[in-house]
Design a protein around this ligand. Structure first.
Ligand SMILES: [Zn+2]
Length: 131
């Protein structure tokens, strides 16, 4: 029996979570993806794409994805701020390099080929650097 452990408004977000679980050896499945591909603008109204795992894996999968979210929160509150390597300013924010391209590629060929990487965006000089 498959248990829905998470919902995503965009299919590529579900794919990122799925590969996270795949890396831990947890079989994950994405439900409703076809519907969302046809009408992704309405995905929020429909409750989004569902990420499902077999029942015995559910608890571990939820814990793994929750750990990822905690890391995101740390980034959002700036607990791990880095100085800009270009100008030295500490007025920087977390930025996901490639996220926009991954999304555009997803729309074009159905799967993100561009890797999404962690980076920092400098508010002083506007440059984006890899972490
Ligand atoms: Zn800078």
């Amino acid at each position: 029996m498959l248990i829905t452990i998470s919902r995503y408004s965009l299919p590529y977000e579900a794919h990122i979570a799925k590969s996270r679980l795949d890396a831990e050896g947890i079989p994950a499945f994405i439900a409703d993806e076809h519907t969302i591909n046809m009408q992704w603008l309405y995905s929020n109204a429909m409750g989004g794409v569902r990420l499902q795992v077999p029942e015995p894996y559910a608890e571990t999968a939820v814990r793994l994805l929750a750990e990822d979210r905690e890391e995101d929160l740390v980034e959002l509150v700036g607990a791990d701020e880095q100085a800009c390597p270009h100008c030295g300013s500490e007025d920087t924010e977390y930025h996901q390099i490639g996220r926009r391209w991954a999304f555009l590629m997803f729309l074009g060929i159905n799967f993100p080929l561009f890797p999404v990487r962690d980076g920092i965006k400098c508010n002083a000089c506007g440059k984006i650097s890899r972490m």
